[in-house]
Write a protein that binds this ligand. Structure first.
Ligand code: FES
Length: 107
């Protein structure tokens, strides 16, 4: 697997299923069954998921429980999904969002 190496996951004493991969703006990301997209991205230090409309300031996981909407992403062409509530699935195509709420990672 060519996925990024996890850096922030607790490794000792944790049982996980088989890893799988999805992409974020074309970059391969490793995830494990039951993880949210946000958890998989935080594990490899990806923190900016969208930019604000007025200033373009970066936003990412803030509340981690579906309240703040700072973690909006596009999944398989569907915009405005919350990364903290979206379960990672093998092969999903995830994109960060620009200030207008659409794909930013690809021109
Ligand atoms: S981090 Fe707040 S809604 Fe996802």
């Amino acid at each position: 697997m060519t996925a990024d190496r996890a850096t922030n996951r607790v490794e000792k004493g944790v049982g996980r299923g088989e890893p799988f991969a999805f992409t974020l703006d074309g970059r391969t990301i490793q995830a494990f069954p039951g993880e949210t997209v946000a958890a998989a991205l935080l594990a490899v230090d990806i923190r900016t998921l969208r930019r604000t409309e007025k200033t373009g300031a970066p936003r990412g996981v803030f509340c981690g429980m579906g309240i703040c909407f700072d973690c909006l992403i596009t999944v398989d062409g569907r915009p405005h999904l919350r990364a903290c509530l979206t379960e990672a699935r093998p092969g999903m195509d995830v994109a960060t969002q620009d200030e207008a709420g659409w794909r930013a990672g690809r021109a």
